[in-house]
Structures are given as C-alpha cells and as structure tokens.
Design a protein around this ligand. Sequence first.
Ligand code: 4AD
Ligand code: MG
Length: 461
Amino acid sequence: PPTFKSLFQNVANPPEKIESVCGWIKSVRLMKKMAFVDLQDGTTPYPLKVIIRRDGNDLDSQLLKQLRTGQSLRVKDALWKPTPTRQQPFELEASVSSFQIIGQVCDTYPLQKKYHSLAYLRSNPVLKHRSNYLGALMRFRSQVETSLIRFFNEHDFTKVSPPVLTSGDCEGAGELFRVESNSRLTDKSSYFGAPTYLTVSTQLHLEVLAMALNRCWTLTPCFRAEESDTNRHLAEFWMLEAEMCFVDNVQDLTMFAESMFKFVVQQCLLNQAILLPSVIPPENADDSETIIARWKSLLASEWPRLTYSAAIELLLKQHAIEEFKFIPEWGKDLKSEHEKWLASHLQSPVFVTDYPRDCKAFYMKQNTDNTVACFDLIVPQMGEVIGGSIREDEYDTLMQELSRRGMKHNDLEWYTSLRQNGSVPHGGFGLGLERFVSWLFGAHNIRDAIPFHRSAGGSID
Ligand code: 4AD
Ligand code: MG
C-alpha cells in the first residue's frame, strides 16, 4: 500500500481510487451514518482522515462500533475527496465493507487522543513512538542523519566504521564501561587478553584511517559512564566524528564545522512541512514557529569565535554583576552554566577555542602558551554540542605529553607510531547527535532524541 507521505505528495495529481491504505487508528468518532477515523502510518506528522460510511443496515453499525484507538487497519477501495478549504487538502471515503481490522488492541491501550506529557510517554518505551511528537522527533533525526551523509559525500569524505570494542580511554576522563565475556574458553575479563571497554570516542582509530583516506567520518554509538544525570547526558549516545588531513589551524576546522551545521539547517528548512509536529508540543518543548525562527537565525550570519581566555574575561565581568555558582577561573574547564551564559549573551552559537591543555585530552596540538589548538561549539540553552581539535602530529611532543600525564607509552604504541610514518598536520571533531537533534528540534531533554535512552540509574530493556 502507498505510504501517507506519498499520498500527500501526490495531491496535485491524485488517483481517483486507492486500492489499499494501512495504518493505526489515532482517533475515531462514531456518527449515526458514518465513522470519522484519523489514521496514522508513521510517515507524516499529521493523520489521514478516512470517512467510513455505512449502507444503513444493523450489521454495519455493529462493525463500526468495533473500531478503537490503537488498532491497525486496512482500508480498501477508498475514494479520494479533495477538501481545499481545510488544513488537509484531501480525505478518503470508503464503505463499511472495505475496512479490515488487522490487529486488535488491549482495553488498557495507553495512548488516547488527549494530551500526554513527555514524562508519561517516556514511561512507556514500547508505545511512545506512536505519539505525534516523538514520532516527529524520530523522523527529524533521520532527516538530520541523511543530510550529514550528503554533506560528507559532497566534501569527498569516506564513511568508515571504526570498532566499538577498544582497549583504551581516548578522552582520559575515566568514564569507561568495561566489557566481560561469557565465553567458556577464557575467564570473564580476558577474552582479548587485556581489559576491554566500550568506546568513548572513535577518534584514535579515525586518525589511523585518515592517514590512509585523507578525509573520513563515522556515526557510531559511544558509551560513557557519566556521573552527571542531566538532560544533556546519556550513557549510550551517537557521535558523529570527522577527521581530515592537511589542516593545521583551528579556524579552518571551525569554518568546516559551521558549514556542516548550516547545511543540515538548510535541509531542515527545505523539508519543514514534513518534519515539524502538527500539534502543540508537550511541556518545555518549542513550537514550530519558534523552531523555524531559530533555524533562520542560524543562517543569518557568521558565528562568533572567542578564545578561552577572552571567554574567561567576559565571564568574570558577568560574575561581578551576577554571581555564577562556580567562579570562572583561567585553567579550569568551563561549567555548563558558563557555556549557556556565553551563548545566550552572544545570542548565537559560539566557537570557544584554545583551552588550557590540562582541561583537554592528551592528543591535542600544543600552542606555545600552555593552551591547545582546540574548539568547543557552544549553543544557547544546551552548551557544548561539538568538541574538536588539531591533533599533535610531532612524535617527540606527543611522547613528552604522554609522560607528563603519566600515561603508559606501550598501550598507545599502535597510535603514536602514526607520527613516525608519514605524519601530517590533521584535525577533526565529534558532534553529539542527540544534543544536535534535540537542540535543533527545540526538545529540552536529549533522552527524547534517541529511541531507547540509557542513562545513569535508569532501567534498561
Ligand atoms: O567533547 P568530546 O568528549 O570529544 C571527543 O570525544 C573527541 N574525541 C571527538 C573528536 O574530536 N573526534 O565529545 C564530543 C561530543 C560533545 O561535544 C557532546 O556533544 C557529545 O559528544 N557528548 C555526549 N552526548 C551525550 N551524552 C554524553 N554523555 C556525551 N558526552 C559527549
Ligand atoms: Mg568536550
């Protein structure tokens, strides 16, 4: 059967009769001679209206009375009725003999036409995606991923698939999930003969691949045993990571990241009619007008760049006017409250560059003043969405940095040896997909931007 999306796209050239359409009943209203059924099939933000007419005998009305919200339904031989004066340009009309209930529904089916809060929907992970809002969010995420694929293809990047099982902690933050095996051949923790972890970032392997492919990218699940249980942290999230050779300065990287971000926004604007939810959004979420206004404003100008030192100066000035919970101090990482203030003060996404080296990971290219050639992209309300850097490409400097941090050289030999074999200046970044998607969509909790969220203390199916 045709999807609703294809029917709505065909409005200019409608068929007279549609052999079959299938979907789930969103709501049903029973009248004396007919039933008004709102069907959804998951491909559009709005339902398809179907009028089912009875011929007038009692059996007909018995059949119509069986219709319930949540049932799956097939409607055959429906007629196409234009409704130019209404919000939806057409509806379907069918006779009572032409519908068939495919799947029944429990009496306790929890999703009714009334408004459901996000907290309530999250408590029902199996059915929640059928809600108008969360269904729209999943389609939106898919659109964002599709746009990213296009962007990287257009810039000659190779899509790669780095491993998820790793031996090390790329970011050095100690937030690892350790993996054990149930194999009878080895004891639980020595399947690979060494401790094994789920990856926190695929960057190191991406650097290996970039040295062969020049430009590569991936979209991979990453895992962090975060201690912070906030609306911006997941234990399992998807990271887009890009790595490119022959770039030697942060400004070029930020320009590239900005053009990627803006490309996705342009695609969102082009597809807005099919992307945005058709109902008033749930608590705390932005409505469609606010979302579109944000997308347009993102494209209006080039985003500001600020060094970390300049950011600290601004934050200290603000601290004198209205105190932050944490005092901004050169040498300490920016807290989420500082990031949020900076971006809302500048009313724009902002690139903060050149952080002190002790705030960041071991692999970043060192500047001459104890800072590193890195950037974070910070957006209003959310804070950091992208983190990236130029990588240290000189063998001796990298080895000294490992020693300074007390890291074992042996463990990373596979990685550091890259600097001895045709090393080139290179850099890249990682974007948290759920942060990106939820921020663009005006959803205030990134848990809603992933189908099944895993976070500290939560249950897992
Ligand atoms: O800033 P991070 O830690 O950078 C890296 O891991 C680099 N190795 C990436 C690279 O250069 N290839 O993480 C990158 C992004 C963050 O900006 C954030 O958007 C997201 O990943 N992120 C999380 N998203 C959801 N839940 C978490 N627990 C996250 N931790 C990081
Ligand atoms: Mg970061």
